[in-house]
Write a protein that binds this ligand. Structure first.
Ligand SMILES: [Fe+2]
Length: 326
């Protein structure tokens, strides 16, 4: 099912001011990694407030498309074949714009061992990852998942910006709140029956001695939340009731999931606790014209399951906008 969203556009006056601010920061040498380090490069308060009005998810909403929010930026060149080949200068317009936009929703961050700690990630098909369960895959569907489900400090908001998408490859979304899960399944899915590990986009991680079980669903003040990544989940014990409920959850995502078509300049903002996301399979050409998204992760801490406070997160370290690691 393709769901054409009721997109929100940034008001034209704020959009013009935003593009001018991005051009100014780029002209002064900012990149996606550095633009949030320099206080004088921050957005003026009034502009940040206007962008926040457009970008913030309304209460109860798990996603939103900001139509054309990154439109009118300089052409960043051909789609690279690997994230590491993206030129930070050529793509500075998109990277700076996305970092500034994300900053109005919370604190953007990166991971030390994912895409070399960059703040703005490049999501594009790479030949060696074509069949993997990572954003660089193409010939297989990217299965439903919570972004960085393995970690207690995972993003509250996942933000994807479309640089190009000539084949209209769909980004898939599904809300745990639209599945109509019966109470007995919700109870079973709250059991800490799975351990979720880092995905293959993390260059290095060690399996700690302590195996920590993680609940798949929990209740936040505004409704049910989910933590889900079956491709990287290992069962703890043999809880058949949980396994049956987990199967119902997977079937529900397939039944209620939908595709959001993204065009160049569009930005989709996803509540990473309410929605799972994925991508349909597609044929990559590796000729510079493939689908190219930019991704940024944002912490804007809300309530999570209290048991997460004791998790080790597989020792993955966060990179703050000022470059420090924690
Ligand atoms: Fe993802």
């Amino acid at each position: 099912m393709i769901r054409v969203p009721n997109p929100v556009s940034v008001p034209s006056s704020a959009g013009e001011a935003f593009r001018a601010a991005v051009a100014d920061r780029v002209a002064r040498g900012a990149t996606g990694d550095t633009v949030l380090r320099e206080p004088s490069w921050r957005l003026p308060d009034a502009l940040a407030a206007a962008l926040r009005d457009s970008a913030a998810l309304p209460a109860g909403a798990g996603w939103r498309v900001l139509r054309g929010a990154l439109g009118g930026l300089p052409e960043p060149g051909p789609t690279p074949r690997r994230w590491s080949e993206a030129d930070a200068t050529e793509t500075a317009g998109h990277d700076v714009a996305l970092a500034l936009l994300a900053s109005v929703l919370g604190r953007p961050f990166g991971w030390a061992h994912q895409q070399a700690g960059r703040l703005v990630h490049n999501i594009l098909p790479s030949p060696e990852s074509a069949t993997g369960q990572v954003g660089a895959s193409s010939s297989v569907p990217l299965e439903w998942h919570t972004e960085d489900a393995f970690h207690p400090e995972r993003a509250d908001f996942l933000i994807l910006a479309c640089v190009r998408n000539p084949d209209r490859v769909g980004t898939r979304l599904a809300s745990v709140r639209e599945l109509g899960l019966p109470a007995h399944d919700v109870e079973r899915l709250q059991r800490p029956a799975l351990a979720i590990t880092p995905d293959d986009s993390y260059g290095e991680w060690q399996n700690p001695a302590a195996v920590i079980g993680m609940p798949t669903v929990w209740h936040r003040a505004d409704g049910l939340c989910v933590r889900y990544d079956p491709s990287y989940s290992n069962p703890i014990g043999d809880d058949r009731e949980f396994a049956a409920a987990y199967g119902e959850l997977a079937a529900g995502f397939e039944r209620c999931g939908f595709e959001v078509p993204l065009s160049p300049g569009d930005v989709v903002i996803v509540d990473n606790d309410v929605m799972v996301h994925g991508r349909v399979a597609f044929s990559a050409r590796y000729d510079g014209t493939d689908r190219w998204l930019k991704r940024i992760l944002v912490r804007s801490p809300r309530q999570r399951h209290p048991a997460e406070n004791a998790e080790h997160g597989y020792s993955q370290r966060i990179i703050a906008p000022d470059g420090t690691e924690t």
